[in-house]
Design a protein around this ligand. Structure first.
Ligand code: CAA
Length: 260
């Protein structure tokens, strides 16, 4: 399969996915989903990758949503299949063992915001506009947006965004906790890389376990979630990296982790 719309690059320990279909503001059609799926598999196949950045190509958009032209004539059965496909690909992205960062500049609307929400952290440029405008098309978010937005922002704020369909600008997105930081457009990718490289310098097994317990624990009662944390904490004491990390601290030197 050609990578027409999804570019995957590796830079040292980092992977960078660019959804690059600027003529349609990077809208997610079936081909984009297939190419995203392949890119995720290629990242999984490179165990030395420590973090992933997801961004959009062109000046105007991160991703402006699902492809409206493609889905406009869909039957309910086709819509079900589209939603299942989008949810499945975003679930694979979310389930990556490595941390993922969405670098959002321009429009992140509908499926585009849902793509960002499937990442662990969202950074935005001053030009970002984020929202879920689906009700203006008389549909609802279908790639996990109603659920991830609600878990991230709480019901009230999520409902406001979903019911009105109005996008928020970057400053508002930061105020409500949708994005972590707002940067000048030219500073967005460098900042995301800086954060990704910092994460990449930490104990890789620990970072992966931290991601796993945060994610799995969010769906569990506190007592069970703490049990997950306890088990992961114990498992890490069986790794070479834990010995190295603590030895390096005591010897006042930088740790050299092996992901083992
Ligand atoms: N699907 C298909 N094509 C899209 C698109 C989308 N989501 N968003 C933009 N495009 C296309 C436009 O049709 C246009 O194509 P042509 O040049 O061939 O006419 C091109 O991208 C440029 O877009 P505009 O001319 O509209 O650019 P603008 O600057 O005037 O407006 C915009 C930008 C406000 C983002 C506007 O394009 C827009 O409202 N896009 C749709 C956003 C949207 O509703 N997204 C949600 C989709 S539904 C969804 O995602 C469902 C789900 O969860 C499963």
């Amino acid at each position: 399969m050609t990578n027409e719309f999804v570019k995957l690059e590796f830079e040292g320990p980092l992977a960078l996915i660019t959804v690059d279909r600027p003529k349609a503001l990077n809208a997610l059609n079936q081909q984009v989903f297939s190419e995203l799926d392949v890119a995720i598999s290629q990242i999984i196949a490179r165990p030395d990758t420590r973090a992933l950045i997801v961004t959009g190509g062109g000046e105007k958009a991160f991703v402006a949503g699902a492809d409206i032209a493609e889905m406009s004539g869909y039957t309910p059965a086709q819509a079900l299949a589209l939603s299942a496909r989008g949810q499945q690909v975003f679930a694979r992205l979310e389930a990556l063992a490595i941390p993922t960062i969405a670098a959002v500049s321009g429009f992140a609307l509908g499926g585009g915001l849902e793509l960002a929400l499937a990442c662990d952290l969202i950074f935005a440029s001053e030009k970002a506009k984020l929202g879920v405008p689906e009700v203006s098309l008389a549909v609802i978010p279908g790639f996990g947006g109603t659920q991830r937005l609600t878990r991230l922002l709480g019901r009230s704020r999520a409902k406001e965004l979903i019911f009105t369909g109005d996008p928020v600008d970057a400053a508002k997105a930061r105020e409500i906790g949708l994005v972590l930081e707002v940067l000048a457009p030219e500073a967005l990718l460098p900042r995301c890389k800086e954060v990704a490289l910092k994460i990449a310098s930490r104990g890789p097994v620990a970072v992966a376990q931290a991601k796993r317990v945060v994610e799995a624990g969010a769906d569990l009662p506190l007592r069970e979630a703490n049990e997950l944390e306890r088990q992961a904490f114990a498992v890490l004491f069986g790794t070479d990296d834990q010995k190295e990390g603590m030895r390096a601290f005591l010897e006042k030197r930088k740790a050299a982790f092996k992901n083992a």
